[in-house]
Ligand binder design. Structure first.
Ligand code: SF4
Length: 689
């Protein structure tokens, strides 16, 4: 041990933060993380990283790490052995299953865990417990984007690679902020514009860094993206700029679609969105003249009541202009967490087995029943919101949650927390004692990415291996090992010796990953799904056909769903999102000293006009109150926001500043993704500095 501790070790890993999927070597000595060394071999980032990937790793040695299992006794948690904790879970799960049936269980998986761990958790839910009640945090962010793609082009993933993103003649960013949320992609887009003369349009409420660098900045009224996208598409068709040959040969439904957007005139769009008609015409022209258009979008689109409709409108626009199946073009939803793509791909969804095969499809189910040796439920399970509703109705009694801080991250936190309190038995498996863990009966200490092997899939559908750099801290264990232990205590007969064996099983069952193997992913090698049995992968989708029976894409008419109305007394529109230094709610980056030094807490951005009206300045303390809760925050006055639109970054360190205390329970009608971006608040000034 002494010898090991004195040697410097270099281990290839995949970044644990955002969905860009940067890879690099991490230098360690004992438990010390010495440095991150990027290498030109990294397929996504080469020698680039951002501040989080470079400096955000000291959380792995945080004193706050969970290192022993904990069991609740009354209002307190007591340390326990692994046997005690796992045996307690097994006996309670058996008791509840016998009494209330398999659908009295809910499973929440993690986009921070590996593909193999996600595969194992859905297998545990489906084959050991017997329910399809499983979901992951893509429900909070990306499900509407996936729905838009499923409806129109067939695959729920980015059309091409990061090179196609940067190579597009025109990039359009809608409701996304890559400079803070996907920094290495932002760097490539900036370079593409500056060095290679590519054009950039940004559509956002907030004048973010990418907007400052764009050729055209569109500033729509909140929740109206569908309208301007449809109006631009209509204008393109009216001008005869649509791709007639592509539509004829590769797309169904043009005439019906054309009819469906008749009402989206420039006049109507300007009145509804506040975007001047000249800018809409300029957008259409730029698409027409570009050598390939790529559209990037994220939570500014997907966290609205009409999010699936807007995502569909994006895909429709790209189909009408022939921007699929060719390099440097296509639809690119930007995935948030490092493995949100993989969590969905590997089946932690209530309606899909791994590789997006329906649980209601008899042939598919039989394939899994044969492989797993048990009968499986033919019913679609409950999603995140459905599980919370079922807890409140007294139908869902037990929940197993792996690596997700639902009590902070889900919208309307007060409601979520009071719901979790009603569970009869709640197991939380995490690296830290999260807000959600406070509601648990048993807490299992898990290992972060540096302490385990596995694969992650980034926003481009690229599967990459991570190798173990550190031993698990204390008695913590990699999630995949915990799941095996638990499954076997519940009657499973699982004997996986490594994540490689888990991947091999998944590849043998899900055609999307047929040729995926650890050998083919050695070192910095990577594969983009679908992967054929011979190992051929697919950097660019749809070159020959779309994955529908006749091989043709489907233009899908959708209507704009206006944002929900809220009582007039809540007069400020609340927008929210990420901060460069922090990842999401901050559960890992809050434990990194360097990052906390740079960005110690969240704040509220207020426009100069609003600051003047309310008599506040930088550093003033205000109370924001919505219909659902209240927070206290310090003010930053900036022209990034305008008028009565305010912005709060979603990271927080305390119970009084978490933005989701303000957000509502309204959600996208198709996917139940919370409408985080449809929130209104009133502001009270507490202290003017
Ligand atoms: Fe790359 Fe994202 Fe990690 Fe930054 S946070 S290093 S952009 S993967």
């Amino acid at each position: 041990a002494t010898l090991r501790a004195t040697r410097t070790k270099k281990t290839k890993t995949v970044c644990t933060f955002c969905g860009v999927g940067c890879t690099f070597e991490v230098w360690t000595k004992g438990r010390k993380v010495l440095k991150i060394e990027p290498t030109p071999d990294a397929p996504v980032n080469g020698i680039s990283t951002c501040v989080k990937g470079k400096f955000g790793w000291d959380f792995v040695n945080s004193e706050d790490r969970l290192t022993k299992p904990l069991i609740r006794k009354g209002d307190e948690f007591h340390e326990a052995t692994w046997d005690e904790a796992l045996n307690l879970i097994a006996s309670k799960f058996k008791e509840i299953k016998e009494r209330d049936g398999a659908d009295a269980f809910g499973f929440i998986s993690s986009s921070k865990c590996t593909n193999e761990e996600n595969y194992l958790l859905q297998k545990l839910a489906r084959s050991v417990i017997g329910t399809n009640n499983i979901d992951n945090c893509s429900r909070y962010c990306q499900s509407p984007a996936t729905t838009g793609l499923f409806r129109t082009v067939g695959y729920g993933g980015d059309a091409g690679t990061i090179y196609d993103m940067a190579g597009a003649g025109l990039g359009i960013i809608v409701g996304a902020n890559p400079a803070e949320a996907h920094p290495v992609i932002a760097t490539r887009l900036k370079r593409a514009r500056k060095v290679n003369g590519r054009k950039l349009i940004v559509a956002d409420l907030r004048k973010n860094e990418m907007a400052e660098r764009s050729d055209l900045f569109l500033r729509p009224a909140p929740g109206t993206d569908h309208v301007w996208l449809s109006a631009v598409t209509k204008y393109i068709i009216d001008q005869g700029w649509h791709d007639v040959a592509f539509l004829h040969n590769r797309v169904n439904g043009f005439e019906e679609y054309k009819k469906s957007i008749e009402k989206y005139t420039l006049d109507y769009a300007e009145k509804t969105t506040r975007i001047p008609q000249e800018q809409l015409i300029e957008t259409a022209k730029m698409i027409h003249e570009a050598d390939g258009t790529a559209i990037f979008w994220a939570m500014g689109v997907t966290q609205h009541c009409g999010a699936s409709e807007t995502s569909t409108a994006i895909s429709n626009l790209l189909l009408v202009t022939g921007n699929f199946g060719r390099p440097n073009a296509g639809a690119f939803p930007l995935r948030g967490h490092n493995n949100v793509q993989g969590a969905c791909d590997f089946g932690t969804l209530p309606n899909f087995y791994p590789g997006y095969e329906l649980v209601t499809d008899d042939d598919v189910r039989e394939r899994y029943e044969k492989a797993w040796g048990v009968a499986l439920s033919p019913e679609k399970g409950l999603d995140n919101e459905g599980m919370l509703n079922a807890i409140n109705k007294g139908e869902l009694k037990a929940m197993f949650l792996m690596g997700e801080d639902m009590a902070w991250v889900d919208a309307n936190s007060n409601h979520v927390q009071s719901t979790l309190e009603k569970l009869e038995f709640f197991v939380v498996q995490d690296v830290f004692f999260t807000k959600t863990a406070q509601f648990a009966d048993v807490i299992l200490p898990a290992s972060p990415s540096l302490e385990k092997e596995g694969t992650f899939t980034n926003t481009e559908r690229r599967i990459q291996r991570l190798y173990q750099a550190l031993e698990p801290l204390g008695e913590s264990r990699p999630d995949w090992q915990i799941l095996i232990e638990l499954a076997n205590r519940l009657g499973g007969d699982w004997s996986y010796a490594s994540p490689a064996e888990v991947m091999a099983e998944s590849a043998s069952l899900a055609p999307l990953f047929a040729g995926v193997s650890y050998e083919r992913l050695e070192g910095f090698s990577s594969l983009l799904w679908p992967v054929q049995a011979d190992g051929t992968d697919t950097p660019l989708l749809y070159t020959e056909s779309f994955p529908f029976p006749d091989g043709k894409a489907r233009l899908t008419p959708t209507d704009w769903i206006p944002p929900v109305q809220m009582p007039e007394e809540y007069d400020l529109f609340l927008n929210n999102g990420r901060l460069l230094e922090h990842f999401h709610e901050g559960n890992m980056t809050n434990k990194s000293k360097g990052i906390m030094h740079k960005a110690p807490d969240t704040f509220v951005e207020i426009s100069p006009e609003l600051a003047k009206e309310r008599g506040v300045k930088d550093g003033s303390l205000v109370r924001l109150q919505s219909e659902y809760g209240a927070v206290k925050l310090r003010v930053v006055v900036t022209d990034r926001v305008q008028g009565k639109e305010i912005y709060v970054p979603m990271n927080s360190t305390s119970e009084i500043s978490a933005v989701n205390l303000l957000t509502s329970s309204h959600s996208d009608a198709t996917t139940n993704t919370p409408a985080y971006k449809e929130a209104k608040v009133k502001m009270q000034v507490l202290e003017v500095e």
